[in-house]
Design a protein around this ligand. Structure first.
Ligand code: HEM
Length: 498
């Protein structure tokens, strides 16, 4: 048997050895952290060496793992994100290397390089979205399609939204639905929310010939949750924004699937009297080809693509016009001239749309200054030589439209809203143009004309039907999307029935 002295000596020596163990553990952890730091530094150094060897553009990869993401995000959360790009262009030139959103990336602020990237989509580059985005869009969406299927579906989408289809079929509904929404406006409104409602209803009508009602409203509620997912941290638990977005996606897809089935049934019965909408075009094209799932993903992505973009441009055009009274006065004059030749209840027709030159200047300038899609990510599919540099296979490139559109050497007073600058300029779609709010090449936005018509009709009914003033001071932010911080609250007053 051990005596108490022995026991306490034992306990004491145990404590000492415990202390030793703890100390050893701390030392081990310290060594591990040091080791990891050394590995991270080594990786950065190797990347740096590799970059020099491979002829990448100069730049800075920033901190291990997070790179320069925090600098970019904090710049884009202000109403003046330009210093992030300006500082790097000054230091490294119009093409520079950075590390954002988890990957080293070549950032292009050069119009020629951007054009090269856009035109070589599917050859030297391909569009690239993280899997968190693909899961929300669905793998059969046009934005994720590649190769021949993409070509076929892109031209189908273009043909559904081309000028003659808009003129002959879509314009009448655009006019009707814009008026229908504006009729209810009175007093305080959040313009960003109202324009979103308009573009959602327009898109549902164009895709599936559905008028606003209970079904579209319940779809819209789920759809809003889905949209939030695109701008959230992609953690897929049921209580996170992203998790709720995935659940909403399932519900939206189920609702769309029901419509696709219904339409298929009706087509069998009616034969030849189908609605002239995107779903009809899809089912025509799809005879024996498209599955229900493909049609659903396709419709869902179109609903996403045209909604946030067009509604934000509507809102920002109003904001910029409010802040530039002389431009608003000229716009009013243009639209009152058109209205004066028509009865109050007459819908706008194609010739009215074609006689809105200053409106087009306002839209061009809003797109230029706001840059809803500030640029596009692409991945190099092989080593690409561009402007004396080499972008290695697998690297990401960000073609920044924003940097070009706000470049002081390319546009006089580039950072000022000045719609008159477009009055005597060649049309923005002319070849060689550096103005690319709708992208370019094989992925050129198929909704570019539709968006313009929708915005023009909206501005027409707004300026001829209402007067307004800002209810609060509001400002622009650019992360996670371009928007006004307070959804642009305004007080509206009816001038006459829109
Ligand atoms: C002001 C409004 C809009 C802006 C600024 C805009 C901008 C863009 C841009 C820059 C792209 C190219 C993306 C890339 O190259 O990766 C694009 C693609 C696309 N847009 Fe738009 N868009 C607008 C409205 C619309 C509308 C109304 C529709 C509805 C038809 C639409 C449907 C699409 C689709 C489906 C794509 C993907 C094309 C593809 O990947 O082949 N957009 N848009």
């Amino acid at each position: 048997m051990k005596c108490p002295i022995h026991l306490s000596a034992l306990a004491f020596s145990c404590k000492i050895s415990n202390l030793h163990l703890k100390k050893e553990k701390i030392q081990k952890r310290g060594k591990m952290v040091l080791f990891l730091l050394m590995i991270a530094c080594l990786c950065i150094y190797l990347l740096y060496l590799q970059r020099r060897k491979q002829g990448l553009p100069p730049g800075n990869l920033g901190l291990p793992f997070i790179g320069e993401t925090l600098q970019l995000v904090s710049a884009y959360k202000t109403d003046n994100p330009e210093p992030f790009i300006d500082a790097r262009v000054r230091r490294y030139g119009s093409l520079f290397t950075t590390h954002v959103f988890g990957e080293p990336t070549v950032f292009s602020t050069d119009p020629e390089a951007n054009r090269f990237v856009l035109q070589n989509e599917g050859k030297l580059f391909e569009s690239s979205y993280p899997s968190s985005i693909s899961n929300l869009l669905g793998r059969h969406s046009l934005l994720l399609m590649k190769g021949n299927l993409h070509k076929r579906m892109h031209s189908l989408t273009m043909s559904f939204a081309n000028s003659s289809i808009i003129r002959d079929h879509l314009l009448v509904d655009i006019d009707r639905l814009v008026r229908f929404n504006l009729q209810r406006w009175d007093g305080l409104i959040l313009l960003q929310d109202e324009t979103k409602k308009i573009t959602f209803e327009l898109t549902v009508k164009q895709l599936m010939s559905f008028d606003p009602g209970e079904w579209t409203e319940s779809l819209r509620k789920e759809y809003l949750l889905l949209i939030e997912g695109f701008f959230s941290v992609p953690i897929p638990f049921f209580f996170t924004t992203y998790g709720r977005a995935l659940q909403a996606r399932t519900k939206v897809a189920a609702a769309l699937r029901e419509r696709v089935r219904e339409r298929k049934e009706r087509r069998k019965e009616r034969k030849g009297e189908e609605e002239k909408d995107m779903l009809g075009a899809l089912l025509d094209e799809g005879e024996g080809g498209f599955s229900e799932e493909e049609a659903v993903d396709f419709l869902l992505a179109l609903l996403v693509a045209g909604y946030e973009t067009t509604s934000t441009i509507m809102t920002l055009a109003v904001k910029f016009l409010t802040e530039t009274p002389s431009a608003l006065a000229l716009l009013k004059e243009e639209h009152e001239g058109i209205r004066a030749k028509k009865k109050e209840s007459d819908a706008l027709d194609w010739s009215d749309y074609k006689s809105m030159p200053f409106t087009q200047c306002v839209i061009n300038e809003t797109l230029r200054v706001a840059n809803i899609i500030s640029g596009v990510f692409r991945r190099a599919v092989s080593d690409v030589h561009i402007k004396g540099y080499t972008i290695p296979k697998g690297w990401k490139v960000f073609a920044s439209f924003r940097a070009v559109h706000l470049d002081q050497d390319l546009y006089k007073d580039a950072r000022t809203f000045n719609p008159w600058r477009w009055q005597n300029n060649p049309p923005p779609s002319s070849p060689g143009n550096i103005y690319t709010p709708f992208g370019g090449g094989p992925r050129l936005c198929p909704g570019y004309e539709l968006a313009r018509v929708e915005i023009s009709v909206f501005l027409h009914h707004l300026v001829t039907g209402f007067s307004w003033f800002p209810a609060e001071k509001d400002r622009l932010v650019f992360f996670p999307t371009t928007r006004t911080l307070k959804r642009y609250p305004i007080q509206v007053r009816r001038r006459k029935m829109p």
